[in-house]
Design a protein around this ligand. Structure first.
Ligand code: HMG
Ligand code: MG
Length: 292
């Protein structure tokens, strides 16, 4: 058996947050329940953000209440501030995530704060997570390009990643939010970030707009990363990143990793079934227009 590489399934959150149709909670629960049998260790299923900003995630507490939790699977939620953290705790999320940006333009558009302000807002969440014994992950968006500010310097990514790790994030996920990165740019970004945060604490979160996500994963493997975020059926996008396509598809990542000799521990038959469900959910909808 090859070396284990983990796919962190983000479809029920990153995948569905951008869908235009109000997807019934029961459909989301059915998708999560299917994914729970596939062998994932972590599945991001919820986001406790303002329903005015991201209406699709308004049912997050009901999703966490309705899923059949499989022992050994951690059900994760985004929590941008204390209000979100408290709601996630009440809904029994197993872990939470704070999410910042390496670029000022996206930080402002996505969470209505400068980078510095966002870090100040995350500090009490980190403190509360530590006190409650809840693992906390961190995201850095726009690790290569920002839809508002253009190309992003690797050092800017390293600064925010280091700040999140210092705050107590057990892992920092690096987001190519608009999927424009090339393997060369990802490699240069990782060279800078790995100086500040060890590769074992990093994950790659690559959207597939430019169809280079799988190649970006390959260069990340060479830099020592062993965790990649993906969404079944390639669902997704970010409502505050115009033109951002879906996350790289879980089934495509699993296939590429297998071809490279890695073991993901996934049941690919179940993943395929979940991907069919996810695609059917999307077919009925199209994606939401960007904007608040
Ligand atoms: P704000 O307007 O600066 O905050 O938004 P505020 O504290 O002034 O609150 C404004 C309103 O939101 C108030 O309600 C609050 O009660 C409410 P009102 O008085 O207007 O009725 N509110 C909340 N409601 C529910 N849950 C909360 C919460 N907090 C405040 N936690 C805020 C700041 C962060 C809340 C807002 O900007 C927001 O919700 N942004 C979310 C953006 C988002 O979810 N984006 C998508 C996820 S990030 C992503 O997809 C990228 C990623 O995948 C990585 C990558 O690909 O790069 C992770
Ligand atoms: Mg994303």
């Amino acid at each position: 058996m090859g070396e284990y590489v983990e796919i962190f399934e983000v479809g029920p959150r990153d995948g569905l947050q951008n869908e235009a149709r109000d997807i019934p909670v029961a459909e989301k629960i059915a998708l999560v329940d299917c994914l729970s049998g596939a062998g994932f260790r972590r599945i991001e299923v919820a986001s406790f953000v303002s329903p005015k900003w991201v209406p699709q995630m308004a049912g997050s507490a009901a999703v966490l209440a309705g899923i059949s939790r499989v022992p050994g699977v951690s059900y994760a939620a985004l929590t941008p501030n204390m209000r979100g953290f408290e709601d996630a705790l009440a809904a029994r999320a197993d872990e939470v995530a704070i999410f910042g940006s390496a670029s000022e333009g996206f930080s402002r558009a996505n969470i209505n704060a400068s980078i510095e302000e966002s870090l100040a807002r995350f500090a009490p969440v980190a403190e509360a997570a530590r006190a409650a014994g809840i693992p906390m992950r961190g995201y850095v968006s726009c690790v290569s390009d920002c839809p508002y500010d253009g190309p992003v310097a690797p050092e800017a990514v390293a600064r925010v990643a280091a700040a999140l790790a210092e705050m107590g994030c057990y892992e920092v996920s690096l987001g190519d939010t608009i999927g424009q990165a090339t393997p060369e740019r990802i490699d240069a970004m990782l060279a800078a970030v790995c100086e500040a945060v060890p590769a074992q604490k990093l994950a790659g979160h690559y959207h597939d707009t430019g169809r280079r996500a799988l190649d970006n994963i390959e260069v990340s493997l060479a830099r020592g990363l062993r965790v990649f975020d993906a969404a079944v059926g390639g669902l997704g996008g970010c409502p505050y990143a115009p033109g951002a396509a879906g996350n790289v598809a879980t089934e495509a990542v699993a296939e590429r990793l297998a071809a490279l000799g890695y073991d993901t521990g996934l049941d690919l038959g179940i993943v395929a079934r979940a991907a069919d469900m996810a695609r059917a959910m999307r077919l009925e909808t199209g994606t939401r227009e960007s904007g608040k």
